[in-house]
Ligand binder design. Structure first.
Ligand code: NAD
Length: 476
């Protein structure tokens, strides 16, 4: 536990107070950059979830529930400003906890602030409708909070995901119970402290770290929770959906992806290459919307692979605080999963076009893998079909536009896609045919597109590159 942390990490946050979890038990939190124990976190359990749901309900019945929409919005804005004032500290926490290079942690913190500002601004602009009805009747709708909302988030982008999930819920006047991931929850705890410092009424946001099948399952099954929001794996998403069904409450799921980037023969490769590479290695490939399948016109496939390979050979994975292109993977388990896919590639005789390096001074206990580009991967191969969640990008050639769309749509996923072409009509045709929530044209990016809906088409503005994000569509 060599790193100084700015607050006690082993507590739960319930009813505006930090305290030990009900069982007093704790879980170790590892630093993925060296495998050492960073700190301990509370092993929250069903009793903590009960207390958190009760605190949230009390907040709804009390001060929080009495605030006007404008007052709620102002509080979110204040929280957004507080986040911006702490960007470097939040980035450092994320680097230690997730293994994320500092620049990515900073980008996540700025995105969190932007979500809070965006939702804060929307607070008093969400309106009901008046409805033409029978003579003598006045029919209208009110937009109301669900009540207590449950939020289960993963370890890969805690700040962004909390920003859009909890941020949206708070702005509408819900009271939240947040269960961060057991692998990484320091920025979630930091957000609790920011909320407290900014005067968010007690109980409006409660945070219970713990294991998925304990605290997570208790939260998603709790009869006092009236809406669930879950981001994570497909397998867990199904369990959460089943739990929501048993309590007949609505659920928002944000699950996995195997997102394609279509590179047509007329693409501007100089512009595309940095995006083609970054979309696969950002956060060491542990990104739901990773653009990890590059589909390329067969006529330029060799050239594209060679140019990608040149870049891959320059990529370095190393400690998060060294702020290189990649940090480590989150855990030994994730390292094993990614290693198995690389073994599968070798065993299947796939062509490893290039690998980056792990820097020489990377601690041996860290969970590093070399970023890897695999060429000529058949579209039905496991490496082209399954979400690897590591820095492994596969390249598959296509014959024509119809073939490209068929391959792109040929996985069980449908999250994000990119289309690279100089031909405007060709850009829009496949974009419409792609079965996914968000399509980037001559661009690919996630992070901070708080104002984009889940299904969106994003084009770069003239003279600048606009990134957008909102990956909600998953598993059609
Ligand atoms: P995971 O499903 O194992 O865990 C996610 C969260 O769910 C954690 O907080 C965990 O504790 C909790 N959980 C686990 N079991 C639970 C249960 N039975 N009941 C309730 N909660 C439970 O996911 P992971 O492997 O940690 O995260 C990676 C996955 O998340 C990837 O598949 C990735 O694509 C996906 N993801 C998607 C998005 C998106 O926006 N679509 C964003 C980030 C990650």
């Amino acid at each position: 536990m060599g790193e100084a942390l700015p607050f006690a990490t082993h507590e739960v946050f319930i009813a505006g107070r930090w305290r030990d979890g009900a069982s007093g038990e704790r879980l170790p939190l590892l630093n993925p950059s060296d495998g050492s124990m960073l700190c301990e976190i509370a092993r929250g359990n069903a009793a903590d979830i009960d207390a958190a749901v009760a605190a949230a309900q009390a907040a709804l019945d009390g001060e929080w529930g009495r605030l006007t929409a404008a007052e709620r919005g102002r509080l979110l804005m204040v929280m957004g400003r507080a986040v911006l004032a702490q960007v470097d500290e939040l980035a450092r926490l994320e680097a230690l906890d997730v293994g994320k290079p500092l620049k990515q942690g900073r980008a996540d913190a700025v995105a969190l602030a932007r979500y809070l500002e965006f939702y804060g601004g929307a607070a008093d602009k969400v309106m009901g409708e008046t409805i033409p009805y029978l003579n003598g009747y006045t029919a209208f709708t009110w937009r109301e909070p669900h009540g207590v909302t449950g939020h289960v988030v993963p370890w890969n982008y805690p700040m962004q995901i909390i920003g859009r999930s909890v941020g949206a819920a708070l702005t509408m006047g819900n009271a939240c119970v947040l269960k961060p991931a057991e692998e990484a929850c320091l920025t979630a705890l930091a957000i609790g402290r920011i909320a407290q410092q900014c005067g968010l009424p007690a109980g409006a946001l409660n945070i219970v770290p713990g294991l998925g099948d304990e605290a997570g399952a208790a939260l998603t099954a709790h009869p006092g929770v009236r809406h669930l929001s879950f981001t994570g794996s497909v397998a867990t998403g199904r369990k959460v959906q089943a739990a929501a069904a048993l309590n007949t409450v609505p659920v928002t799921l944000e699950l996995g992806g195997k997102s394609p980037q279509l590179v047509f023969a007329d693409a501007d490769l100089d512009a595309a290459l940095p995006f083609l590479v970054n979309a696969g290695i950002q956060n060491a490939g542990q990104t739901c919307s990773a653009g990890s399948r590059i589909l390329v016109d067969r006529r330029i496939a060799d050239e594209v692979v060679e140019r990608l390979a040149q870049r891959y050979r320059t990529l370095r994975a190393g400690p998060a605080l060294a702020d290189l292109e990649l940090g480590p993977l989150i855990s030994k388990r994730q390292h094993q999963i990614v290693s198995r896919y690389l073994d599968l590639a070798r065993a299947g005789g796939l062509s490893i076009a290039a690998k980056g390096e792990i820097v020489a001074d990377a601690p041996v206990g860290g969970f590093y893998v070399r970023p890897t580009l695999v060429a000529a991967v058949p579209a039905d191969h496991a490496l082209a079909q399954e979400e690897i969640f590591g820095p492994v990008t596969v390249v598959t050639a296509f014959d024509d536009e119809a073939d490209a769309v068929r391959i792109a749509n040929g996985t069980p996923y449908g999250l994000v896609a990119g289309v690279w072409t100089r031909d405007g009509s060709r850009a829009l045709r496949p974009a419409r045919a792609l079965k996914c929530g968000q399509v980037f044209i001559n661009n690919y990016g996630a992070g901070g597109g708080s104002s984009c809906p889940s299904a969106a088409l994003v084009l770069p503005a003239t003279g600048e590159r606009r990134a957008s994000r909102r990956c909600t569509a998953s598993r059609r």
